[in-house]
Design a protein around this ligand. Structure first.
Ligand SMILES: O=P(O)(O)OC[C@H]1O[C@@H](O)[C@H](O)[C@@H](O)[C@@H]1O
Length: 364
């Protein structure tokens, strides 16, 4: 008999069953009230804040940029962190170090992003998790693997709240440190906005110098999942992709035949000509990732190379990885994402109806 996903107990891997599960769930939901799932497993994915003080004047930043739904606080490691809260109850945290979104919680408090257990918040390395930037190089290439943007302080440049939807803009410009690595003058503006429960990002890069440059980039988004073997990504079927697992510098080229991209080993794939929306099924729910201006999607799991945590996350990245953007002096490039999380109705249903036949787990 075919395995059916259940909420708890000895769950067998059941990827590829999403469509069936949804149909079942819809039918079940018509017949029974939805029970809320109590265990917010995702809520503990992000590590607790370390008690430390910030060298940046958080109070000053807050008096300048704090507004309804926007507050600057000392976050983990004392890093100045902007907290957004929408009228709908969703919340986002953005560390100025790396311009990294380190937390995105739904109105019911479920953490959607993932911070790796080896992440540190002392600026000795980029924050390993959340939504860091890869810029001006996705890599591998001439400079550090994913570029420097996730490894330097961005500054807070603007904040606002329109109708209960808070937004901030972070700014990164070239410095001696960046020019030593990448000899160009640039301005990057990263706007993060909560609209209801949807997380919006806009990255704009401008050439402020007097000669052309090119760059690659990505939003290196880490998402929490119930288990790597029950997660999948939809929307990539039919696309050409570069498999970088064996050799990132000389990837092999394939065509994705699967409707659901599942995980049974390390994956490091760059999908070209990606559609404007892909969906990550975390098993507890779907993360819909819509984008505009990001032509590629990178899917990455390190598998057992990160034994301690590989089951708990997958990266689904909006990227401009394989072909560089060329900007003449004064020119700009921009790309957006809109990410939304919806709970899997079957998981919710089964939380309250564990004995329903559709919620039982069978051995093959
Ligand atoms: O630098 P991090 O956050 O550990 O991520 C590294 C990984 O980032 C992914 O974007 C790449 O596709 C992988 O090749 C790489 O190993």
């Amino acid at each position: 008999m075919q395995a059916v996903c259940a909420v708890s107990g000895a769950v067998r891997p059941c990827a590829n069953a999403s469509a069936g599960r949804r149909a079942v769930a819809r039918a079940a939901l018509r017949a029974a009230p939805v029970q809320r799932r109590a265990a917010a497993r995702g809520a503990v994915r992000v590590l607790a804040q370390a008690a430390a003080t910030s060298s940046v004047d958080v109070a000053e930043l807050n008096s300048k940029f704090g507004t309804n739904g926007v507050e600057v606080k000392a976050g983990r490691g004392g890093l100045p962190t902007v907290h957004l809260k929408s009228a709908a109850g969703a919340a986002v945290e953005i560390a100025l170090f790396g311009g990294c979104v380190t937390s995105w919680k739904t109105a019911e408090g479920r953490e959607v992003l993932y911070i790796r257990p080896d992440a540190v918040f002392d600026k000795s390395k980029p924050i390993s998790g959340g939504i860091p930037h890869c810029f001006p190089q996705f890599g591998p290439g001439a400079i550090q693997l994913h570029g420097f943007a996730r490894n330097v302080d961005w500054s807070l440049a603007a904040s606002k709240n329109d109708g209960g939807n808070p937004a901030i803009s972070l700014l990164l410009t070239d410095t001696d440190y960046t020019r030593a690595m990448w000899p160009h003058s640039f301005k990057a503006v990263y706007t993060v906005r909560l609209e209801g429960e949807t997380l919006h990002t806009l990255l704009e890069v401008t050439n402020t110098g007097d000669s052309e440059f090119d760059f690659t980039a990505s939003l290196h988004s880490y998402f929490g999942i119930d288990d790597i073997e029950t997660a999948n990504v939809r929307g990539l079927q039919g696309l050409e992709y570069l498999d970088r697992v064996a050799d990132a510098k000389h990837p092999s080229v394939h065509k994705e035949l699967r409707e659901l991209v599942t995980f049974r080993g390390p994956v490091d794939s760059v999908y070209k000509s990606a559609p404007s929306k892909v969906t990550l099924d975390t098993r507890s729910g779907d993360v819909a990732i819509a984008s505009n201006g990001w032509p590629e999607v990178v899917v990455w799991t390190p598998w057992t190379a990160m034994e301690a945590c590989y089951r708990e996350f997958v990266c689904v990245e909006n990227a401009q990885a394989t072909s560089a953007v060329k900007l003449a002096p004064g020119q700009s490039w921009a790309a957006t994402t809109a990410m939304a999380f919806t709970t899997d109705p079957l998981v919710e249903f089964c939380a309250g109806n564990p004995d329903d036949p559709e919620c039982r787990v069978y051995d093959d």
